[in-house]
Design a protein around this ligand. Structure first.
Ligand code: BGC
Length: 636
């Protein structure tokens, strides 16, 4: 090693040592602050499940140090934990798996063990306050291969069926409970006005009436799922989180604060009358239904990030609507607020954010918030109010009493899969049916199936399935592809031929019917913002080849949103929108073959051209009629 390299090496070693000392001393200073406090007596009132929630909350608050209160407000991505011991050292309130944040053993048992490890770490803290573990169960317990994957919300919206939605949420809750997960970042209350947005499929509809109805059903299903032992304290089984408060879906094209996106994380115009008429009512209903957690979105209202809006959070949501639960910010959302990390945390907490989805640097967060309280930048009453809201939810969940249980064999169970299959069938929308082609006749001699989504479970489940952006391909254990469903449902006398690209032998006779299953590859969030949502060249060519090889062609669209099909639809004999149906592709075949009727309706208008965007209510931007109005759907 040369002299200068050696010097450099020594300097690095010295710097590292200094850094370690600083980190360790601040860590010990922090933990000793709490460790000096005596533990509360074993008979402390908050420990008894016979005491009413509010009294338990007040009692527990009286034992808490400022540091312990701030810790409760932190929501940390589990992979950002420096050590499991930090859960009790910092008194962390909540952890999450950012989507795809799986345990090493990504199985039901692996999840259960992981959550138990974090739970018992929290229990070993001075006050023994349980941790809340959250995930995005937006279409089932979909981080785990082998779980039941229900249709994405847009499909449930098309079903319009509140009982079905409640059942889906209950089944999802039971799969979550089996792994000890008690908090889901769902349902989505966003209302898309522009199909170019990459989150359209996460929404039920753009109609506040339908969103209120189905959203409430979903909250009931999650929160009132069966799981507690008789006579226990759990009032809420899985905590629902209607998101994203407020105005999400109304963002304009090319206004995103994220340079990679176009609409997502964009700007919702500051129009209070519209906000109150369109976006607020579902949240009002959610509160009446018992929602105890609401997520603030990453969009802005005018020039204010939602998490910084004291007016929308404190004045409207908490004071005006009487929301008694807690507001959680979205992923890194607080730090999207202009200013230093210190200033951003002060602004968000003063605006009314109670739980901060950091999700990374909790050490910095607790230091900043403690300093802000000491300097009077955040009133201590604000901290008490936030913690009181968080503890209320934890007591209502019965987390302190550890009394819920489900069996991991429920994950992906035949009952849940049957329910998902029913949901798929009810979500299909029939847009066109020339010559009453559907349901397919039992006498059909040959059916030719083709298309990029026919034998592709990754496309039918879409994103938020094991990976955040989904996986394009055939890989999910226990799932049934649409092709497999068709083969199974076809009558004994019908031959089913498949070629993904529709390259059928040239001189062979035409099939009676061709079914093209085509659509979008998976995407999530702003990565799905796209200027012209439409079929790929490859899909169009496949349909053309299939038409040449069949007497008539049925097009099944596997898609998270309406696609521009204005020019093509005239050439297709029948068109079915299957949305993103999930793991049970057989539900599509059930309807194609008439085992179940077509009952789904479009939950949002289907535009003809980009000039029509955005579409607010039924009014297109250029005043012309969309290709199909909201609630269109042929019933047979
Ligand atoms: C999304 C939220 C989600 C959160 C946690 C964010 O990127 O906007 O909807 O709940 O991540 O995964």
């Amino acid at each position: 090693m040369s002299v200068s390299a050696a010097q450099k090496h020594n300097r690095i070693q010295l710097l590292t040592a200094v850094l370690m000392i600083v980190m360790l001393s601040s860590y010990f200073a922090y933990t000793s602050l709490k460790n000096n406090l005596p533990p509360p007596p074993p008979e402390a009132m908050y420990r008894s499940k016979d005491v009413p929630t509010m009294e338990r909350v007040t009692d527990l608050l009286s034992y808490m140090s400022l540091e312990e209160k701030i810790g409760q407000m932190a929501l940390v991505e589990k992979n950002s934990l420096r050590a499991v011991e930090d859960i009790s050292a910092y008194g962390l309130g909540a952890l999450l798996s950012g989507f795809g944040g799986r345990p090493e053993d990504n199985s039901p048992a692996g999840w259960k063990t992981m959550v138990e490890t974090f739970t018992s770490a929290a229990r070993s803290s001075r006050l023994g306050i349980p941790i809340l573990y959250g995930i995005d169960a937006i279409h089932g317990h979909s981080n785990i291969p082998g779980a039941t994957i229900f249709p994405h919300f847009i499909g449930l919206g098309a079903s319009g069926d509140a009982t079905l939605v409640e059942n889906v949420a209950r089944a999802t809750a039971n799969e979550l409970l089996a792994t000890g997960v008690r908090w889901s970042y769902s349902p989505t209350y966003d209302m898309p006005e522009d199909i170019r947005w990459g989150r359209v499929y996460e929404t039920f509809s753009d109609d506040p009436v339908l969103v209120s109805k189905l959203g409430s059903a979903y909250i009931r299903g999650l929160q009132k799922a069966q799981g507690q032992r008789a006579g226990t304290s759990s009032q809420v089984m899985v905590l629902a989180t209607p998101k994203h408060y407020l105005g999400a879906g109304g963002m304009l094209w090319d206004t995103s604060s994220n340079e990679n996106f176009k609409i997502d994380q964009g700007l919702t115009p500051e129009d209070e009358a519209k906000l109150r008429e369109q976006y607020l009512p579902p949240f009002k209903k959610a509160i009446e239904t018992g929602a105890l957690s609401v997520m603030a979105g990453l969009n802005s209202w005018g020039d204010t990030k939602i998490a910084a809006s004291s007016y929308l959070i404190t004045t409207v949501l908490k004071a005006e609507l009487g929301f008694k639960g807690f507001v959680v910010s979205d992923w890194y959302g607080v730090y999207e607020i202009p200013g230093s990390d210190y200033e951003a945390a002060v602004t968000a907490i003063n605006a009314g954010v109670d739980v901060v989805m950091l999700p990374f640097d909790y050490q910095d967060f607790v230091r900043n918030v403690r300093r802000a309280v000491r300097r009077g930048d955040i009133p201590e009453e604000r901290i008490n109010d936030a913690v009181q809201r968080i503890l209320t939810a934890k007591f209502e969940l019965g987390l302190f009493d550890n009394d819920t249980t489900r069996d991991i064999s429920e994950i992906g169970s035949p009952e849940h899969r049957a329910l998902a299959r029913e949901a798929v069938a009810k979500s299909l929308v029939l847009l066109k049916n020339d010559a009453r082609l559907l349901p397919l006749r039992r006498t059909t001699a040959t059916i030719r199936v083709a298309g990029s989504a026919a034998d592709n479970i990754g496309r039918q489940t879409g994103a938020w399935t094991v990976e955040w952006q989904g996986i394009d391909g055939n890989w999910l254990p226990g799932a049934t592809s649409i092709l497999a469903g068709i083969k199974e449902a076809a009558p004994p006398g019908t031959t089913v031929e498949f070629d993904s690209g529709a390259y059928f032998p040239e001189n062979s006779p035409k099939a009676a019917v061709g079914i093209a299953v085509v659509g979008e590859a998976p995407y999530a969030e702003g990565w799905g913002d796209t200027p012209i949502p439409s079929l790929t060249e490859e899909d169009r060519a496949t349909i053309e080849r299939l038409r040449a090889a069949s007497e008539v062609v049925v097009v099944v669209l596997v898609t998270g949103r309406p696609l521009f099909i204005t020019n093509e639809i005239k050439d297709w004999d029948a068109v079915v929108v299957a949305w993103l149906p999930g793991s049970e592709g057989a539900g599509v075949a059930d309807v194609l073959f008439g085992k179940r009727p077509f009952t789904g309706k479009l939950p949002l208008p289907w535009p003809r051209t980009t000039e029509q965007l955005p579409i607010t209510g039924s009014a297109t931007a250029d005043g012309t009629n969309p290709l199909f109005l909201r609630y269109y759907g042929l019933g047979i």
